[in-house]
Design a protein around this ligand. Structure first.
Ligand SMILES: NC(=O)c1ccc[n+]([C@@H]2O[C@H](COP(=O)([O-])OP(=O)(O)OC[C@H]3O[C@@H](n4cnc5c(N)ncnc54)[C@H](O)[C@@H]3O)[C@@H](O)[C@H]2O)c1
Ligand SMILES: [Zn+2]
Length: 383
């Protein structure tokens, strides 16, 4: 038996931001990151649509990339002051994830990150507010997922808060919002979406519902990412990438992810390597590692006109290079001495990350460490 859980309402298509007009409630707090949604007019439009719907609004701004627990607690205080019955996460996943975690603290003010980040520990939500997610990056799928990733900057690790209670009530997937994404953000987030499709497809609890979504997302990303990167204003391609990210999100929120994410959470938390970039560095060697126990990568290779798992790993490397993403942790700029000092902690934290539970091959400490070392140097591993 398996469940398939996604938001009750998913509106997708160019111009679908207007769906905000159909929300009902008294007061919305819109949580945003930096200035991009102000510059591109999306925040103004969202406020205008809310006002047309007779909903008052307030804005919490300044969520940083890889949001910290301090930001979450700050934002939760703002929510408590404002008492919204709708919380809107608008922008990149960092803004939306922070908004999700603020929502937990708003509903349960005594929450502790160590407690709520235990798998499925978040209690019943929605006694105070519903959650609307409007992404402006095509990557994480947070508009669909029961997941929020919060960074503990002191410990240098990311805490995934995992609970279907965090699945948004409404998701609006409007590719127009992504036209302003800088090329490197398009590349990193698109490769993140690819890693979701790939990891969901080989998850040890994969099923045919999620396989269909995961496979199609992989195909759409191979067909569109390069164009989204080189033609940022091409709205049809932006929508295709936005849809693929959402579809990959639907798959992985139900069957979860694997060690690409378990390992990349540490690279993000410790060195600040952008999430999608870290995934793209790790993915080819994880494909090689997992392909010793699963043939499923061959299906993905066939989708793009290739045959073997190794072909698929190489095609991921080629796609990564074609959108200007580095091929190793060293090339990203992490100093070798610092790397050597951190490697054991990174490895242990990756083993403890909940995503490791769903990897098709159960890894040992030395195997994760060897994978990290190969990805540090940018060489193909054979573990
Ligand atoms: N919740 C989930 O399901 C999930 C899944 C995977 C990863 N994550 C987490 O998501 C975070 C990364 O999120 P992200 O990849 O969306 O990046 P992000 O939200 O950190 O945004 C990256 C940068 O792009 C800018 N930006 C976003 N949209 C823009 C636009 N349309 N135009 C111009 N600039 C724009 C942001 O202001 C920011 O500077 C990480 O913390 C990662 O761990 C969450
Ligand atoms: Zn991811």
């Amino acid at each position: 038996m398996a469940k398939f859980i996604v938001p009750k309402e998913i509106t997708h298509g160019l111009g679908s931001l207007e769906e905000v007009k159909k929300l009902s409630g008294k007061k919305a707090v819109i949580v945003i990151g930096g200035s991009s949604v102000k510059k591109n007019g999306v925040l103004d439009r969202t406020e205008k649509y809310l006002s047309e719907a007779g909903i008052e609004s307030a804005v919490y701004s300044g969520v940083e990339a890889d949001p910290s627990i301090e930001t979450v607690i700050n934002g939760a205080e703002f929510l408590t002051e404002q008492q919204p019955d709708i919380i809107i996460g608008l922008g990149g996943c960092s803004a939306i994830d922070a908004a999700k975690a603020m929502w937990v603290y708003y509903e349960y003010p005594d929450s502790k990150l160590e407690e709520i980040s235990k798998p499925f520990a978040v209690k019943k939500m929605r006694s105070k507010a519903i959650f609307v997610a409007i992404p402006s990056t095509s990557g994480t799928g947070t508009e669909i997922t029961g997941l929020s990733v919060i960074t503990d900057k002191n410990r240098g690790t990311k805490y995934p808060i995992v609970s279907h209670e965090l699945t948004p009530d409404v998701a609006i997937i409007d590719g127009e919002l992504c036209a302003s994404m800088p090329a490197h953000v398009t590349a990193n987030t698109g490769l993140d979406a690819l890693s979701h499709g790939v990891e969901a497809y080989v998850s040890n609890i994969a099923d045919r519902y999620n396989d269909a979504l995961a496979k199609d997302s992989v195909k759409i990303i191979f067909d569109n990412l390069k164009t989204a990167y080189s033609q940022p204003e091409n709205k049809e391609v932006r929508q295709a990438m936005h849809d693929a990210s959402c579809m990959a999100g639907m798959a992985f929120t139900n069957v979860w992810l694997g060690i690409v994410h378990a390992m990349s959470h540490q690279l993000g938390g410790t060195f600040g390597i952008p999430h999608g970039c870290a995934n793209a560095i790790l993915m080819p060697n994880v494909i090689r590692f997992n392909s010793k126990v699963t043939n499923k990568y061959q299906d993905l290779a066939k989708l793009i006109g290739k045959n073997s798992s190794e072909d698929f790993a190489v095609e991921v490397e080629n796609l990564r290079a074609s959108v200007g993403v580095v091929s190793s942790i060293k090339e990203y700029g992490i100093d070798e001495k610092i790397w050597e000092e951190k490697i054991d902690t990174l490895t242990q934290n990756a083993l403890n990350d909940p995503c490791t539970l769903f990897n098709p091959r159960k890894p040992e400490f030395e195997e994760i460490k060897a994978l990290y070392m190969a990805c540090y140097r940018g060489v193909a591993s054979n573990i």
